[in-house]
Design a binder for this molecule. Structure first.
Ligand SMILES: CC(=O)SCCNC(=O)CCNC(=O)[C@H](O)C(C)(C)COP(=O)(O)OP(=O)(O)OC[C@H]1O[C@@H](n2cnc3c(N)ncnc32)[C@H](O)[C@@H]1OP(=O)(O)O
Ligand SMILES: CC(C)C(=O)C(=O)O
Length: 558
């Protein structure tokens, strides 16, 4: 018998709410954000953060723009207690930032919590107890009334503690922990009892935080619960409804997004989603989802690499390379058709316009990334990507016919090395293929005379350590050069395509010339580089000829 048996599990029963309104809404403004990196994030770590790490994280959260930060569970450990004290006594809390601390609904813990907060100018005291059926029946082994009483007692002790320290501007927060596993009418009943104790007003609101402590259903079920709660809770205009979702089913962000549509005012989460088990809902993703829809998240993620660096350092967990908006690979395109589309869209994009670039939901530069990291080359890449890399990294603007010619060269190389091909490897492949082919024929000197519209040219070529003087005529220098080559080599060389540009912007810049020639009916490309554009073109033709000779083992005749 397999142990893999889904009949062991039962689905969560959604609430009946045919009048739901949230599906017709869109998010148009940022919710109040609260970072719980230093509490829920911290409590889930293999090694909780050191005081130095906590401070570094706190300062980064402030810089990102959080106005509410849950800084710990001061009654739980001396480290957390001391950290709260440090922030307060060293006056490290900016005037527009409110610290929040968590406590169980137990009197000694609440008293210790207030002790940690002495001297704070403002603080949110967050008290919780579990209300779900599983916790009531199996953990606490208490009735609904008894569980409600824990909440009411907790709220009372929180109120009393605040009254003893009137110098601080207090706000109270209550979480019916495991809300999503709680009958929603019972959750409202418990929260209303807490609200009755605290007597909030529209000027002095309390926060009711509704956690998906463990994510157990699709996000629409959570949204229905939130909308229903918002309709039923007492003193709605005096209550800030807050969300706290986890990611057990991979929908933590979606649940918070739908919860906001359903009427919530506030969202708790962590940067990049660290937290218990699969993590807390990721505020970077939710904020950037808003940003990419043209809504100001009121958080600044422009220095994403700093955020990643601090989060990785403090959590000792690596950010996944495919993590939304932040991962190393999320703006990288390896596949040919994606590169082609990105390349074409970026070429048309003008600074200041609405962003519409295929395959790039946002402009990577907004997060401190650059376009160089966008197009990356492996065996799945196409000509556009390779051309993009050469242009970005080395100012080489291959004409389309050369892109077509070069792409298979890179592909074979990528297949052979079975890994990503770097920009340096691409440029050296390019040089080896077109600029420095084996048995290259060098241009030692040349001279052009123009008389009555006819160019006569003489040049000295060097191949296999021997000099080869050539001379030719034509209605243009290139024709004259090719006629000299044809005469000397007995080949039939015809220029099919030609392009050139400078590699820089000053007089000292080199020119680069690209040619496609037919050598005895075989098409072959060559590239030449020189301070002199004419010389660059002759070199390009000679390199094409050398490549044709290599292919056919022909040799320049004496
Ligand atoms: C979903 C969440 O993330 S909630 C936050 C969870 N975070 C943490 O727990 C991290 C910090 N916690 C701790 O370090 C410890 O739990 C402490 C120091 C706070 C308390 O430790 P202990 O006193 O050993 O108690 P413990 O946490 O094991 O709790 C068990 C007891 O408290 C009761 N309890 C648990 N939670 C609560 C609560 N929120 N309110 C009231 N009582 C509670 C339990 O019923 C149990 O009672 P019992 O001893 O009579 O059976
Ligand atoms: C204390 C509460 C808000 C919590 O962390 C949770 O339920 O996940």
């Amino acid at each position: 018998m397999s142990r893999f048996d889904h009949r062991k599990y039962t689905p969560i029963q959604p609430i009946h709410k045919p009048d739901r309104r949230w599906p017709n809404r869109v998010i148009e403004a940022a919710p109040q954000w609260c970072s719980v990196d230093l509490r829920d994030g911290n409590q889930a770590l293999i090694e909780p953060m050191s005081p130095e790490q906590k401070l570094e994280m706190f300062e980064m959260l402030v810089d990102v723009g959080f106005k509410q930060i849950e800084i710990g569970f001061p009654a739980a450990s001396q480290t957390d207690f001391d950290f709260v004290r440090k922030l307060i006594t060293e006056q490290r809390i900016p005037d527009d930032v409110t610290i929040q601390v968590l406590t169980q609904a137990r009197k000694p813990l609440i008293e210790r919590t207030y002790e940690s907060l002495k001297g704070a100018s403002r603080a949110i005291v967050h008290v919780y107890n579990s209300t779900s059926t599983v916790q009531r029946e199996q953990v606490f082994k208490m009735s609904r009334e008894q569980i409600k009483q824990i909440a009411v007692d907790g709220a009372t002790w929180v109120g009393e503690g605040a009254a003893r320290q009137p110098e601080t501007d207090w706000q109270f927060q209550y979480s019916p922990e495991s809300f999503t596993g709680t009958e929603v009418d019972y959750a409202v009943e418990v929260c209303n009892a807490v609200i009755d104790v605290w007597q909030p007003t529209s000027d002095k609101k309390c926060i009711i935080n509704l956690p998906a402590t463990v994510e157990v259903a699709t996000p629409n079920v959570y949204a229905d619960q939130i909308e229903w709660f918002c309709e039923q809770v007492s003193r709605r205009d005096s209550v800030i409804v807050s969300l706290h979702t986890h990611n057990d089913r991979g929908c933590g962000v979606a649940a918070s997004e739908l919860g906001v549509l359903a009427g919530a005012d506030r969202v708790e989460g962590t940067l990049l989603g660290n937290g218990e088990r699969t993590g807390n809902m990721d505020i970077v993703t939710m904020g950037m989802n808003m940003y990419s829809a043209g809504v100001d998240p009121e958080l600044d993620f422009s220095h994403m690499d700093r955020i990643i660096n601090v989060v990785e350092k403090c959590t000792q967990l690596k950010v996944h390379p495919r993590h939304p908006y932040a991962g190393e690979l999320v703006f990288a395109a390896f596949s040919g058709s994606h590169q082609d589309a990105i390349n074409k869209c970026l070429a048309q994009y003008q600074e200041g316009e609405t962003w519409e670039v295929a395959y790039l939901p946002i402009d990577p530069r907004d997060l401190g990334r650059n376009y160089q990291q966008v197009i990356r080359i492996n065996s799945q890449s196409g000509k556009g990507g390779v051309a993009y890399v050469l242009e970005q990294e080395h100012a080489i603007k291959m004409p389309r016919w050369l892109q077509v010619d070069f792409s298979p060269v890179v592909q074979v190389f990528a297949e052979d090395c079975e890994s990503e091909v770097t920009a340096d490897q691409i440029v050296s492949l390019f040089e080896k293929t077109y600029i420095e082919p084996d048995n290259a024929i060098a241009l030692k000197s040349y001279q052009v005379n123009r008389e009555s519209g006819l160019d006569a040219m003489q040049a000295v070529l060097v191949a296999n350590h021997a000099e080869h003087p050539i001379q030719g005529e034509g209605r243009g220098v290139l024709e004259a050069f090719v006629s000299g080559l044809n005469r000397h080599t007995q080949h039939d060389i015809v220029i099919i395509e030609y392009d050139e540009h400078t590699l820089g912007h000053d007089d000292a810049s080199e020119a680069i010339a690209y040619v496609q020639v037919s050598v005895n009916a075989q098409r072959v490309c060559g590239v030449g580089r020189s301070r002199d554009i004419l010389g660059a073109t002759f070199i390009a033709i000679l390199n094409a000829l050398a490549r044709a000779e290599n292919i056919n083992a022909m040799r320049l005749s004496a």
